[in-house]
Design a protein around this ligand. Structure first.
Ligand SMILES: Cc1cc2nc3c(=O)[nH]c(=O)nc-3n(C[C@H](O)[C@H](O)[C@H](O)COP(=O)(O)O)c2cc1C
Length: 344
């Protein structure tokens, strides 16, 4: 069985292959500071360290990149004290913890941020609500600020005690808006061919990498393929994975691009982005995480065994059942022991 085998991500060794992927909790206070309720939410899911890793839901790297009103902030130095509570709550249960860094781009509202949402082009995301106003296309100065927003957030994450960071470049948020030809219609060096559309993400990964010690884990949640007509293809996703690995990512978490995290028609197929993650895993040397529709430890083990991923990401199954980690690792452990006995 692969699930119980340790795996190194940078200098961090995960004790097994089951990961709670980011699920935004909406439990921060109005300023975005972490609350006791938010800490308890993660602690309950990490309880007694059955999971290899917990990844906390997206935290905004700047006020204009905030996606929702109760989202947690990592945008200011005075967030660090409350972020320490979040990291410590998961550590107290014997589990390492990453924090996800995010800029919503056009996936927010002026009512929330006080400013017209920013995007690569004046195009709404395919999933935007009807009537959503067009975002303001970013100028060179806007774009130049983005890598330093992410690297400052990464510095705060490390100071707060998180074991790693994840850069959110999936699900129609800002970095994904640059990646996708559906939302990036720029004619400058950040638009056009894939290498140009990936330029901002590559700059962000490089800036974050440069801010942190070399073995400190940096993950990228990659919305590589859009699974939509005219969008990025699986071949594009593979090329993007190679680019982010070369820029310094130590883990690639495969999810959807402009289709967000779901896969219509494949709702009952565990690991519904396996058609992207499998070729990505063959193309890169760093570990690959796959999430989407994995509800049991057995399904996770099956995906690990067939080489679709190195880590199995679980979202709503853990959200809905805080003790999922204990139940499924116990079941997998029992199956492993049974398997070991029966082969003698
Ligand atoms: C309520 C909710 C909040 C989510 N928040 C995030 C997030 O903050 N960052 C992220 O990358 N994905 C987020 N996701 C997507 C999940 O990480 C995951 O990819 C998705 O739920 C599919 O996996 P699952 O079928 O195991 O739930 C969220 C999903 C849900 C349902």
């Amino acid at each position: 069985m692969i699930f119980g085998q340790p795996l190194a991500v940078g200098d961090l060794v995960l004790k097994n292959r089951l990961v709670m992927v980011p699920i935004a909790t909406g439990r921060a206070d109005e300023r975005g500071h972490v609350t006791q309720r938010l800490c308890e939410h993660y602690a309950a899911r990490a309880r007694r360290g059955y999971l290899g890793l917990v990844e906390c839901g997206h935290h905004f790297v700047c006020d204009e990149g905030r996606a929702t009103s109760r989202q947690a902030s990592i945008a200011h130095d005075d967030d660090i004290e409350s972020l320490k509570l979040e990291a410590a709550a998961v550590h107290a249960e014997g589990t390492p913890v990453f924090v996800q860094l995010s800029h919503a781009g056009s996936a927010t509202t002026k009512a929330l941020t006080g400013t017209l949402p920013l995007a690569p082009s004046a195009v709404t995301c395919p999933g935007a609500k009807v009537g959503h106003p067009l975002p303001r296309p970013m100028d060179a100065e806007d774009i130049a600020r983005v890598p330093s927003l992410f690297s400052a957030a990464a510095r705060r994450a490390r100071m707060a005690g998180f074991d790693g960071v994840e850069i959110h470049a999936a699900h129609g948020y800002l970095l994904d808006q640059f990646l996708s030809p559906l939302t990036n219609h720029r004619r400058d060096s950040y638009g056009g061919p894939l290498e140009n559309r990936a330029r901002l993400l590559v700059e962000v990964v490089s800036a974050v990498r440069a801010e942190l010690p070399s073995g400190y884990p940096v993950s990228v949640r990659l919305g590589g393929c859009d699974y939509l007509s005219g969008g990025n293809t699986i071949a594009d996703a593979v090329a993007l994975a190679r680019l982010v690995e070369a820029a310094g990512a130590g883990l690639i978490s495969v999810s959807g691009g402009m289709c967000y995290y779901g896969r219509p028609g494949l709702e009952d197929t565990p690991g519904w982005f396996a058609d992207s993650s499998t070729p990505i895993r063959s193309a890169v040397d760093v570990p690959v995480l796959l999430a989407g529709g994995i509800k049991t430890g057995a399904a996770a083990e099956e995906l690990l065994e067939r080489g679709a991923c190195d880590l199995a990401g679980i979202g709503r199954a853990i959200l809905n059942r805080p003790a999922w980690g204990k139940r499924e690792t116990t079941k997998l452990g029992a199956a492993r022991n049974h398997g070991a006995t029966s082969t003698k």
